[in-house]
Design a protein around this ligand. Structure first.
Ligand SMILES: Nc1nc2c(c(=O)[nH]1)N[C@H]1C(S)=C(S)[C@@H](COP(=O)(O)O)O[C@H]1N2
Ligand SMILES: [Mo]
Length: 532
């Protein structure tokens, strides 16, 4: 092959040789461009377009397809998509070089010409309008034209890429356009270059991942649905310490009952009315369950919510012992403070509906209902009656203390989610967005995050909850590409596939709804900013 080329006349350009040179030039010009872009990404946070495409793919592809990918490839699905996008860029650079060069009129020495500029601008426009979330410009999307450093930097990078093609080709083909350097000769060299780049990208990805894990240490590693879930400073603790657990009651001074004098009366539509003491209750078969409790007056993003481990006796077993009549439809719960409420009898058999005497391994504290309270998963705190003294079975819908004051009677938890971190101002280069999501007894199937005020949404990773009645911690690895102000939003979907409503509503009468939003100001990264 080489002998053949050498034997050709000086000025002749053998077409295959020229194509190889174009291909190789395009490949290296693209490699150089990606390197510049990557440095920009790390320093001034201009977008790294292949990364944005990978992100975009994940945002646009149907969830079922992503699930298949994630199931087959696990953690690596997204990283592979990223590597794939980088390779795609290199390939497109290699194959489009000829087109650009011919736009230059086959004269590699010419400076930046119209053709080159057009090529770069098209590339730029497509990147900005189709690929980069929250960055879309003009005609395709109707959104305002994005200006500023990131957009300009990208244009410079693209034009630079196109402009260096000519010189690179000239360099490869030699001053006279004749003999090419041997190293860039055959197809094998091109394939080797691509192969080496691929290997390097993979190494980078895998070494990066393992490095991160080793640093985190085995103890901090927690298993989640699709990824590693670190302990994030500022993220809500999965189990709320009793001392930090929110407290709500109608009282100015709460009851402070003595367990040894306490008794619970069961009456109404039962075959065997009875009175049980604290001692009797503790002798019955106990059950233990994690469950989240939230007050119906909790605003969106509020903190009248907590998750604890509850221990007690199943309401169902007490009702069974007392022989509930078939006509009973409602269970009234009355308390030592004069408070009362009711739950439908269908809720009684639910695993996790407990008459509790312990919270997080300790006897209930006076404020949380000492000696016994009801815990009924799926229904707002209001109906989780504390200081309980009497249970009455009735055949009508009993309206409790708060229903008399306008609050909902069914009071089933609305699906809700909250952003805990980052705080409103951060200088982390890669801030993790994380928080909680809760849907009562319906579980959480998906949490989505938006970093552009709801224009686009990305899936967060979920930590498997402690029980079907517990909140779910979620996180999203955010890779912002510029400093400035962002509006973060979160929305959760319950186990039945229903996404929480975007419609804002006040807590009264049915519980607050709407997405939790947070404006975050990103500053220039501090030296210890990169948290991988
Ligand atoms: N006896 C009694 N039980 C009560 C209340 C009350 O005022 N009295 N308040 C209810 C309300 S509105 C809520 S949100 C929860 C709060 O429980 P916590 O204080 O253990 O978090 O208790 C419920 N149980
Ligand atoms: Mo409440």
């Amino acid at each position: 092959m080489r002998a053949q080329i050498d034997s050709l006349p000086e000025n002749a350009k053998p077409s295959t040789a020229f194509h190889h040179a174009e291909f190789v030039s395009g490949f290296f010009a693209m490699l150089a461009m990606l390197a510049v872009m990557f440095i920009g990404r790390l320093t001034i946070r201009t977008p790294f377009v292949p990364e944005q495409i990978a992100d975009r793919l994940f945002a646009l592809l149907p969830i079922s397809l992503i699930e298949i990918g994630v199931q087959a490839l696990g953690l690596y699905a997204k990283k592979l998509a990223f590597v794939g996008c980088v390779l795609l860029f290199l390939a497109s650079g290699a194959y489009s070089a000829g087109w650009v060069l011919r736009a230059l009129g086959d004269v590699p020495e010419r400076p930046v010409q119209f053709g080159v500029f057009l090529y770069a601008v098209i590339f730029w426009y497509v990147s900005l309008s189709l690929v980069i979330p929250g960055f879309a410009i003009g005609v395709f999307t109707g959104l305002p034209i994005q200006t500023g450093v990131p957009a300009l930097a990208l244009l410079v990078v693209y034009v630079g890429h196109a402009a260096v093609l000519g010189p690179i080709l000239k360099w490869f083909t030699g001053e006279e356009g004749g003999e090419r350097r041997k190293i860039f000769a055959g197809r094998r060299t091109i394939l080797t270059s691509i192969g080496l780049t691929a290997v390097a990208s993979f190494l980078y990805t895998f070494v990066g991942k393992f490095g991160t894990e080793i640093r985190r240490g085995a103890s901090a590693r927690l298993s989640v649905g699709t990824g590693i879930f670190p302990n994030l400073p500022g993220l809500t603790m999965e189990v709320t310490p009793t001392a930090d657990f929110y407290h709500v009651s109608k009282n100015i001074v709460d009851p402070d009952l003595d367990g040894s004098k306490w008794a619970l009366e069961i009456r109404g539509l039962v075959a065997r009315p009875m009175v049980i003491t604290y001692g009797d209750l503790k002798k019955l078969e106990p059950d233990e369950q994690y469950a989240t409790l939230m007050c119906i007056s909790n605003p969106v993003g509020g903190d009248l919510i907590g998750n604890a481990r509850w221990k007690g006796v199943r309401l169902a077993s007490l009702l069974k012992a007392s022989g509930v009549q078939s006509s009973a439809t409602d269970v009234i719960l009355r308390a030592a403070d004069g408070y009362s409420d009711s739950i439908p009898i269908d809720r009684a058999p639910q695993e996790g509906t407990l008459l509790c005497y312990e919270m997080n391994g300790e006897p209930l504290t006076p404020t949380h209902g000492l000696p016994v309270r009801l815990l009924v998963p799926g229904i707002y705190g209001m109906k989780n009656v504390k200081w309980i003294t009497q249970i009455e079975l009735v055949d009508y819908d009993y309206k409790g203390f708060w229903q008399d004051r306008g609050w909902d009677d069914k009071a089933e938890y609305l699906t809700t989610s909250r952003i805990d971190i980052p705080p409103p101002r951060t200088s982390l280069a890669r801030p993790t967005i994380a928080g909680i999501a809760f849907a009562g007894d319906r579980q959480i199937s998906q949490v989505e995050v938006s970093t552009n005020a709801g224009a686009t949404w990305a899936q967060a990773e979920l930590r498997s909850p402690l029980s079907p009645y517990s909140w779910v911690l979620w996180q999203y690895a955010w890779l912002p590409h510029q400093i400035g102000k962002y509006e973060l939003q979160v929305r959760a979907t319950d186990g039945r596939g229903e996404t929480q409503t975007a419609q804002p509503a006040d807590p009264i009468p049915r519980g607050a709804s709407g997405y939790h939003k947070r404006s975050v100001r990103l500053d220039w990264p501090s030296s210890r900013g990169a948290s991988v």
